[in-house]
Every structure is written in structure tokens, then in C-alpha cells.
Design a protein around this ligand. Structure first.
Ligand code: FAD
Length: 388
């Protein structure tokens, strides 16, 4: 019943719903302040690459689909593409390139080539209802599910709790279930934002749309559970990468070390909470027979999802789709590809690019925002029930 917050353990994690709930307000608040700081609000993305999988002509003409870009001169020099590409050029590992983007062997996403793209101030382009829907949006989602979910469908997996899924009978291993939860949870989180920041087409006002939330999320309690699951997964990644994030240089935007120290203080609190709430045992995955084959398959599928974002026919949706798939992909890399040595900021100071750090923190912010929005919907629902 989605009228109340779920209780008990969050499947395939070592955390429970109550713990996430008890920290979410503070976490969301801190992350909200963090994503408004210069370091975390500027993101560079190439939003105009062609869809590599099909001819996409479903361009969204609504004004809400449009992106406002920022001139390069507004971006602190240190964070401009030309500067970053000098220090962030992948070294050692093989770089695989495809039209305008690339990935390294450890990456779970395609990363945009620094030579193309625009700078965007994310605070000026909030993810919310845009009106993008219909065949184009459906095609993207169904392609993500059908082609990239190891052949899984919602009816086959998500209606049963983990304990009831017999892997032999269903031929679904833990890694595949985790994969599905990640995708479905991301979809549910995006839908929650759309419903929470919906535009009333009669009055033109923005606000929460309870019926939208009931139809898309509350009618499927497992979708809501997967939002919590993704939050825990991302928090575990942030906890793991904590020392590296603490050593990162956030200066450059404000020009003042005061601003830098403030950013770091907020981030430190987020990392502390992540250590308490991000209880996910990444070693329980990819450790059986054929582990390496399965991991490569998982990576390839997830990388494809990041490329499918170039097929989203609405610029703003494409932007947030890219950020959030990159954020989750970065978390997966942190959990499944990097050992303790790699995570040591002194031994490996170029471990993550600026864009990966920005995507990771903004994505976690989006998930905690969804959980906060769900609480608003619960209150609205209770009020509606009282009135009836
Ligand atoms: P959709 O959300 O399109 O879902 C399609 C089908 O998938 C459903 O019919 C259902 O069978 C299944 N499904 C739905 N949710 C889940 C789930 N959580 N788990 C498993 N299966 C599920 N629109 C905006 O207004 N603003 C945005 O910022 C925005 N960003 C987007 C980003 C991406 C990457 C994509 C692909 C689309 C985005 N859209 C956005 C469009 C939005 O996601 C919906 O596609 C649109 O609102 C139409 O919704 P719908 O109810 O038809 O179902």
C-alpha cells in the first residue's frame, strides 16, 4: 500500500526502508544546497547527436522541452572542456570511440567527447513535466526494457518479491534482477518528478498531480521500492568514493576558498549519511560462475541505455536522461570496477572526470527528491481521503 512508507528490509540490500526514510529529509536538503553550488550546477553535454539506433523524428516542440545554455565565458576556466580534456584524457585503459562519444573498459556509460556540446546551468533547466510523450517516448522506454533488460519484462519479475523468484525456474540471476530494478527505479523516479512538477493545462500552474502519481507509481508498489533501492545503491557508491570526493578540487567557480570550504562541508555531511544508509554488498554480485562474462554483458547493456538517450526527442528530457544514466553508470563503476587501491585519491587522482562527479551527485539528488515528493503525495492522499 503506497499510502504509507514501506517498512522492513530493502531487497538485495543490507538496509531497510525506515533508515532511508529517517535520513532522507536531511540528505535531500544537503544535496539540494550542493547542486546549487557552481561546481555541481554546470554540466557539459552534447544534446544534438543523432539517434544511433533508429531514425528519430519525434522532436518535441513544446517550450518546456527547450534547454537554456550558458556561454563558455561564464564557466570558470578550470572547468572548460579544453582545460579538462588536458587532465582528464583517459590513460592506460583502452578508449573505444564512436561518433562523438567514447568509453573505457571499466565504464558503464558512453561519455560525451569533450570537443562537442554545450554548457548548461542545471538549476535553470529543472527536470519536470514537459509534455514529451507518445510514440517517441514509448519507443525509448520499450527499447530500454526490451532490448537491454536481458529479455526481462515487468510481469515476469517485479511482481514477485526476491524470495519468491526461483532463479532456475525463471532463469533470472541476481545480477539480472538488480539490472531490472535499476532501470525500473530510474523510470519510476523520472515519473515521480513529472507528476510532482506537473503543469495544470487549464490554469498553467505548476504543482503535484496525485492522480498521475497513483496511476504511474502507487498502483505498482514495486516501482516505488526500486526508487529506494537505487538510492541505497548510489549512497553506497558515494560512501565508497568518500575519500576521493573529499580530496577533489571544488574551487574555481566562486573564486573564493570560502565557497570551496562550504561545498566541502555539505559534501562531508552527505558522505557521512551515505556511510550509514548506503548498505549494499557489492561483493554479492558477479562472484559466481561466469562472473566476468555476466559483468561484461551487464556493462554492455547499460552502456547501450546511455546511448539510447540520444534518441530521446525532447532536449530537456534528454539532458536529464543523460545525467541520470551517467550518474547510475558512475555508481556501478565505483561499485564493481574499482578496488581499494584504485579508490585511493593519492594513488589515482584522475579516477573520475568532473562530469562523472557532477552526474553522480545530481542523480543522487534526484532520487532523494523523488522520495521527498512521494512523502508529499502521501500527505495529499491522506487529505483527499479525509475529504471524501
Ligand atoms: P511511460 O512512462 O512512457 O512508460 C511506458 C510504459 O512502460 C508504461 O506503459 C508501462 O507499461 C511501463 N512502465 C512505466 N513505468 C515503469 C516502471 N517504473 N517500471 C517498469 N515499467 C514501467 N517527460 C516529461 O514530461 N519530463 C521529463 O523530464 C521526461 N524525461 C524523460 C526522460 C527519458 C529518458 C524518457 C525516455 C522519457 C522522458 N519523459 C519525460 C517522458 C515520460 O517518461 C513518459 O514517457 C511520458 O510522460 C508518457 O508516460 P506514459 O504514462 O505513457 O508511460
Amino acid at each position: 500500500d503506497c499510502k504509507q512508507a514501506p517498512t522492513g528490509p530493502i531487497e538485495t540490500t543490507l538496509c531497510d526502508y525506515e533508515t532511508v526514510e529517517s535520513y532522507n529529509d536531511e540528505l535531500f536538503g544537503k544535496l539540494h544546497e550542493l547542486v546549487e553550488t557552481p561546481f555541481f550546477k554546470y554540466y557539459r553535454a552534447d544534446l544534438y547527436r543523432e539517434c544511433p539506433f533508429w531514425h528519430e523524428n519525434g522532436l518535441c516542440m513544446n517550450k518546456e522541452c527547450v534547454i537554456t545554455t550558458v556561454d563558455e565565458s561564464e564557466i570558470p576556466e578550470k572547468w572548460r572542456a579544453a582545460e579538462l580534456s588536458k587532465v582528464e584524457m583517459p590513460s592506460g585503459e583502452q578508449r573505444h570511440e564512436v561518433e562523438g562519444c567514447f568509453y573505457r573498459d571499466t565504464d558503464f556509460c558512453y561519455l560525451d567527447d569533450m570537443s562537442e556540446g554545450d554548457y548548461i546551468d542545471l538549476t535553470l533547466n529543472p527536470e519536470r513535466f514537459t509534455g514529451y510523450a507518445g510514440i517517441s517516448a514509448q519507443r525509448v522506454w520499450s527499447s530500454i526494457y526490451r532490448e537491454n533488460c536481458f529479455g526481462l519484462s515487468e510481469s515476469k519479475i517485479s511482481r514477485k518479491p526476491d524470495s519468491m523468484v526461483d532463479p532456475d525456474e525463471e532463469k533470472i540471476c541476481l545480477e539480472q534482477r538488480v539490472y531490472y530494478k535499476i532501470i525500473s527505479g530510474l523510470h519510476a523516479s523520472i515519473s515521480t518528478h513529472i507528476c510532482h512538477q506537473d503543469m495544470n493545462r487549464t490554469t498553467g500552474e505548476w504543482g503535484p498531480n496525485l492522480q498521475c502519481f497513483i496511476n504511474r507509481i502507487a498502483a505498482y508498489p514495486e516501482r516505488l521500492q526500486y526508487i529506494y533501492f537505487n538510492t541505497v545503491l548510489l549512497l553506497r557508491a558515494v560512501a565508497r568514493i568518500g575519500p576521493y570526493l573529499s580530496a577533489y578540487d571544488y574551487c574555481g567557480g566562486t573564486g573564493s576558498h570560502e565557497g570551496d570550504a562550504e561545498t566541502l562541508a555539505k559534501l562531508t555531511r552527505v558522505i557521512d549519511i551515505a556511510k550509514t544508509v548506503g548498505k549494499f554488498d557489492e561483493t554479492s554480485l558477479f562472484n559466481g560462475e561466469n562472473a566476468n562474462v555476466l559483468k561484461e554483458e551487464f556493462k554492455e547493456h547499460f552502456r547501450n541505455v546511455t546511448r539510447i538517450m540520444d534518441c530521446v526527442g525532447c532536449d530537456k528530457c534528454r539532458l536529464w536522461g543523460k545525467i541520470q544514466t551517467q550518474g547510475v553508470g558512475t555508481a556501478l563503476k565505483i561499485l564493481f570496477e574499482l578496488d581499494e587501491n584504485a579508490l585511493n585519491p593519492h594513488l589515482n587522482s584522475q579516477l573520475l572526470s568532473r562530469s562523472e562527479v557532477v552526474a553522480l551527485i545530481n542523480t543522487l539528488h534526484r532520487f532523494t527528491e523523488s522520495l521527498s515528493a512521494v512523502n508529499d503525495f502521501r500527505k495529499l492522499w491522506a487529505e483527499t481521503d479525509k475529504q471524501e
